[in-house]
Write a new protein. Structure first.
Ligand code: PBG
Length: 316
């Protein structure tokens, strides 16, 4: 006697009956790159279908996606001029974008990336001293909250940044939740993003602050510390080479767990698809794998694709 598994696979209807992991449109968060000015749409050569947009253009783009089921975005500001004051100024691109988007599209959850790498002249996420950087990060997060951000998401990997941000928010009466990029690894998968955000380090690398990708136990310590400091949600980044970390975090901590399907993962998959080395379904496959690993929410440049195609994959 032996067990017949193939009975579960005879056709799509049967396969769907046995399917254990499903994606929902509301699982997805779209990263968006905002520039100043008006009427600007700039292609990013390494990231197909992803553009830097001025706020007016972003509003049109997002409105359309909302009608297809978009629920949440993650904003990155790409200032025309470098300088850290821009990062916490009320006239900064992120602040203006949040204000405008929340007033015109109030149902959209707006998460802001809190970091300095697009603002520093050297492209690093800090200004030299860890704690001095945390003070600036706290000012940035506070200014995002003041302009209406629903969630602030520090991605810098300084020690204690969640503590500083939480304190600044509390002291000023804001309850804005913190989504910390708690386990962010020093990854070779961020290349296309750095073109998009104009944030490539002018010298060296990020190995003195982003995590060594060989360290799962330390990743749990990083996450635990951020939760203790006041994070309401945690993020693992990148996603695909880090599914084990997502699973470990999900099993260990009772907190919403996000995963960031990063720019290099996006570009690599598009390469396979565009060169007919893989079917487009590879996108669904990897996103299911991230959810299966335990992610509650997935930040992904494939969000528009999923909004369009999810029903085809998951229904008859
Ligand atoms: C900046 C930041 C990076 C990403 C998100 N926030 C790049 C980096 O750390 O160099 C990468 C996102 C992606 O690759 O899609 N701190």
């Amino acid at each position: 006697m032996f067990k017949r598994f193939r009975d579960r696979r005879i056709d799509k209807a049967t396969r769907l009956k046995y399917q254990e992991t499903f994606l929902a449109k509301s699982d997805f968060i779209l990263p968006i790159f905002i520039v100043g000015g008006k009427n600007r749409i700039e292609a990013i050569s390494s990231m197909k279908n992803i553009n830097r947009m001025s706020i007016d253009m972003a509003l049109v783009y997002l409105k359309n996606l909302i009608s297809r089921g978009l629920k949440s975005i993650l904003i990155f500001g790409v200032p025309d001029k470098k300088g850290i004051e821009q990062a916490y100024s009320n006239d900064g691109v992120v602040q203006l974008a949040v204000k405008e988007i929340k007033s015109k599209l109030p149902d959209l959850t707006v998460i802001t990336d809190v970091c300095l790498c697009s603002y520093t002249h050297d492209g690093h996420c800090h200004i030299g001293d860890n704690d001095a950087t945390c003070e600036i990060l706290a000012k940035i997060a506070l200014s995002h909250a003041e302009n209406g951000a629903d969630i602030v998401a520090p991605s810098d990997m300084m020690d204690g940044r969640v503590y500083y941000i939480k304190k600044a928010l509390n002291d000023n009466g804001y309850k804005t939740p913190i989504l910390s990029y708690a386990a962010k690894f020093v990854s070779n998968f961020y290349g296309p993003f750095r073109e998009a955000a104009n944030s490539t380090p002018a010298y060296g690398d990020r190995k003195t602050y982003q995590m060594n990708y060989a360290n799962p136990i330390e990743a749990m310590e990083e996450i635990e510390a951020d939760i203790e400091e006041g994070a309401s949600m945690i993020m693992i980044k990148p996603a695909l080479s880090y599914l084990d970390i997502i699973r470990m975090a999900k099993d260990r901590f009772k907190i919403p767990t996000y995963a960031y399907n990063v720019s290099g993962e996006y570009a690599a998959l598009n390469y396979l698809i565009d060169n007919e080395l893989a079917k487009e379904e590879i996108i669904y496959e990897i996103l299911v794998s991230i959810k299966r690993a335990g992610a509650d929410k997935i930040v992904s440049y494939f969000t528009p694709y999923i909004l369009e195609k999810l029903d085809e994959y998951q229904s008859l």
